[in-house]
Structures are given as structure tokens and as C-alpha cells.
Design a protein around this ligand. Sequence first.
Ligand code: SAH
Ligand code: SF4
Length: 393
Amino acid sequence: MARALKILDSADVSNTGLLALAPVAISTTAARKLNFFNLSRTALGEILSKEFGLPAFRSTQIFQWVYRKGITDFALMSDLGAELREKLALCFEFPKAEIATRQISSDGTRKYVFKLSDGKLVEAVMIKQPTRMTLCVSSQVGCGMGCKFCRTATMGFVRHLSAGEIMAQVVGVIDDAKEFGDSFSNIVFMGMGEPLHNYKGVLETLHILTDHHGLAISQRKITVSTSGLVPAIRDFGTHKAPANLAISLNATTDEIRSRIMPLNDRFPLAELMAAAKDYTTVSGKEVTLEYVMLSGLNDSAADLSRLVKLVNGLPSKVNLIPYNDNAGLGFQTPAKAWVMEWRNKLVSKGINATVRWSKGQDINAACGQLVTESARQKKTVSAERRPSAGVVR
Ligand code: SAH
Ligand code: SF4
């Protein structure tokens, strides 16, 4: 818990309130090329103007080549002059994340493990739904929030992903999907990591994804899920971030929520629900409340009544998620009939409630099952680093 809260202190200072895209200072003589996938069209335009004296429409042209036509070779960008194409090729690169493994579930869901430039691994999932596919991306390597029911938490926080690394998952899956003749219509930030802890990287990514000269993904089709970082939720609303917001509520009392989500000690339910309400007011959007049902812990009849009260007056929908089993974490999945009873009761109270049945469970691709480094491995590494550590097994 201490680790989770320590991480939040640094997040509060440096990683929230950063909607404005910082100008990128570069030099064409720099040894390292710039990662194109890190750049919004505005940031690209600033670089082109500063470095090459080019007008803004050039960034639009290049964005269209890359994101609409899938061309990342400047030599093929036929509406740019030959000399300019050569200069651009010296300045930018398009580092794609390597697909280390790809698994396909019996339900058609695909799980990708991407290898980043420093060798770290992250997972993205193409979730097969009846009428569409949804891409679930990671925003961090590991996660520092410490939720007790989630396998990603066992990795601890390793590092944030840059916008370019999140975009590399998107572009990588688009490329790979050609083999299957499909693509995704929706994107959710529900993979590894807490997206609002990586506020800057995620916001930059949202601007790139929704750019109408690029992939032009509608902000209504993108959802960012947070475990409840209140200051970032407020920022997200105030700055009209181009995405929907989902909040992982997961309990109806502070006692239980703090027990399963250490972050609740820092931002308890009353503060969280006030931020959710204010978010809906300033953004004009509804909020989704996710509720992982853990049998015998947060799914009693009393919990259901409290949930109805919490949701009262909040423009929202409730997404019930039956716990996806992670062996060894000590939680139980509720019976399907009980989940449906909860859903029906919520609906009977006029609440828009749905159930997220797990997808890709046979390949550990369901919510809360993503992990790329075992907890045991992690513990061994930290034990080795401790000066007083004796025998390391
Ligand atoms: N960090 C963000 C987004 C990633 S987790 C967040 O917590 O919201 C995405 C969703 O999976 C969250 O709603 C989380 O509560 C849920 N989840 C985590 N572990 C789970 C599990 N074992 N079974 C079902 N849902 C789980
Ligand atoms: Fe992190 Fe979300 Fe897992 Fe909690 S549920 S540990 S916030 S990824």
C-alpha cells in the first residue's frame, strides 16, 4: 500500500493537468530520430514549422499518409518534394512494437504481447464481441495501484508507456488484423496499468487517436478506465478529454473498498462519487461505474441497495464484471444467476446496467488477468537488490 501511495504523490505533482501538448524541442542534427507515433498533429506541425519552415498543412498530409494509408516510408509520400522527403526521413522514425506472442482464444479473442524497445513486455487484447471487436490497450508496464483481485498488480509499477508506445500497440494490431480481415471499432484503456496515473501519455494518445486527419476514431468509441484518481478525474472533465470515462467502483463501503483497493485510503468513496458527479456536469457526459463482483465480499443484498443509492442522481451506467479467477489471489466468482439478479434489480430501479462476461479467459486475456512478469520473479529481483538479503531462491 505504501508503494501505491508514494507513486501517487509523484503523479499528483508531475502527471496531471497536462492536457496541453508540450512543444517538442528537436534538432535535425540530433543523433536520435524522433518517434513519429509520439506526436500529435499539432506537435508535428510545430516541429515542421520550426525545423523546416513548413506550413501547417504539411503535417496534415503526413498524418494522412501514416494513419489513413498506413504508409510509414517517406519515400512513398508522393505529394512531398524529393528533398523534403529525404530530410524528413533523417528526422523521424516509426518504431513498431514487436509482437512477441499472439494467442487466439476459442471465443475469437486475440491476446498480443508486445516487446518494447527496452525489452519490457505489455499486453493488448482484441476482444471479440457479437457485432464488433474492441481493442484493449495497456498504458503502463505493471501497475502501482495494488488492487488485490488483479494480476497486473502483482507486477508492481514498472514504468509509464509513452504515447508512441500506446500507439504502437494500436498500429501493430491494425497491421496484424489484416490477416483476419477484421478491425476494431472501439478502444478501451483497460489493459495493464492505471491510465490516469500516466495522465500525460494517455492524453497525448487520445489526441492522436481522435485526430480527424488520422485514425479519426470517435471519442464516443474510446473509454478510459480508472481505479479512482480523483484529481485526474477532475482534470479529465475540466479539459474535456476526448474519451468516455469509466470508474472502477468495486465496493459500496469504504471498509471493503480500502481492503481490496488501497487507493481508497487516499480517495475515499464520498470524494470519488463527488468527483464522478462533477465530471458528468462539466463534461456533459455520463460516467460508467464498473463493479467487479467478488462472491461473499462485495455482492450482498445490502451492497446492491447501497449501490442503488450511490448511483442515484448520477448520469451513469453500471457495468457488472463477474470476477475473473486469478488462482492464488483468494477471491471467488459469483454464480451467474446471482449476477443476473443484481443486473435485473438495477434495471428495475431505472439504472442502465450491463454485465461484462469474460472473454478470452482460456488465454488469460480477461479483465484483470494481464501480467507479463510473474510476481515471484519480481520478488526475487527486489530481494537481490536489498543489501541485507541473504539466500535468494
Ligand atoms: N487500471 C484501470 C484499468 C485497467 S483494469 C482500472 O482499474 O480501472 C480494467 C478493469 O478490470 C477494472 O474495472 C478492474 O476493476 C477490472 N478487474 C481487475 N481485475 C479483475 C478481475 N480479476 N476480474 C474482473 N475484473 C477485474
Ligand atoms: Fe491497476 Fe486497474 Fe489492476 Fe487496479 S485493477 S491494479 S488499477 S490495472
